[in-house]
Design a protein around this ligand. Sequence first.
Ligand code: GCO
Length: 462
Amino acid sequence: MIRFPDNFVWGAATSAYQIEGATGADGRSPSIWDTFAAMPGAVAGGHTGDPACDHYRRYREDVALMADLDLRAYRFSVAWPRIRPAGADRTNAAGLDFYDRLVDALCAHGIEPLPTLYHWDLPQELEDRGGWTVRDTAERFAGYAVAVHDRLGDRVRTWTTLNEPWCSAYLGYGSGLHAPGRRDPAAAFAALHHLLLAHGLAAQALRAGGARSIGLVVNPAAVRPVDPASAADLDAVRLVDGLHNRIILEPVLGRGYPDDMLEHMSRYGSGLGAGHGGLDWLEATDEKTIGAPLDLLGVNFYAPTYVAARPGAPGAPPYPGSEGIDFPPPTGPVTDMGWGIDPSALTDVLRRIGADAPGIPLMVTENGAAFPDRIVDGRVRDAGRIGYLDGHLRAAHAALAAGVDLRGYLAWSLLDNFEWAEGYGKRFGLVHVDYATQRRTCKDSAHWYGSVVAANALPGDP
Ligand code: GCO
């Protein structure tokens, strides 16, 4: 048996826009994802965040499912447009009421609520005024965070500010694959900065309000050279690792932006020169604010990233300046997303983050896989997902054995849900959702995962 530490936190994760539905209920204002999903061609199948899993109405049923699976924690996100509609300073009590009910239901079942305050659903009106490319959005985020903490802070111990600032900035403002759908490298870097600033400002404000534990959820990449013996490939690894990992981790861990990243960003800065390194959006105290003390780093991980230097290669849109770098597709087994399956990369990532962030506990806040699940005779026989989860839990355990202070593992996701630009066609859930009937069906992986949680151990030998 591969046993996990006592008090290891077992749970599952979701996000508001992906499962709640009810996008017009109780005063919620439109988010950038409501706007983006309505744009023809933006989301597969023209899918939107309605009805999703109708979780806004069915949350009690879903909490009962978590209890049936013996989950100890549930990571969800709070929808900014429900709490501060239009991003205004007014707090919408009806929006808070939903999360109040949800947290009470979780606590009644002994399930720890782990809210993320921003999982990509920015109020549209803030985007209309510049979105994450402007400082005001970061400042408003801190006020919104305090409003949520004021209502839920008596029952919520651990808060995470943002989910994956890399995605919000690079996919939202760089490649345009995600909302708000902009394709502007300078905007991507400005957005990344203001997201990190928002994290720092919110962390300060939450702590001042008495919050006990504050974290950030990142999606670090395990960047690997196609040819480890190639100096050019290793240079490509350093640049992509810088644009994906170091540009976030170093400032968040209090070490400021790396010089090579400042230089890289300044090529895309507005060139006004007012700020550090020719970046007019960088003010002298920002890096100190961003480096606010952290009580937890959430690690979302799915698959490794391979890179090779190839003159003439177009690079990858999310990485501004990656021309000349090839991002080859996986060569081994893949999930329904086309992502490679290689659990050793999770061990590598956890050990790297553990080394980068000594003294800061880690938690796997998302890990899971999409497979083309179908209900046959009332069951979903998702052996592929069980294999993926088993392999990555063994990888997480290997990181523990190597000394990483890993506190828990949250499977992505509790429910099949709206997979952003892929719509509802990609199923990541432990629980199958029939979107026409909203019927939930625990997949074989849900029962398997529940047995792992109950035993706090993995069954059988590797
Ligand atoms: C992410 C997001 C999730 C995704 C999941 C599968 O990591 O991209 O946090 O919302 O749905 O990771 O892509």
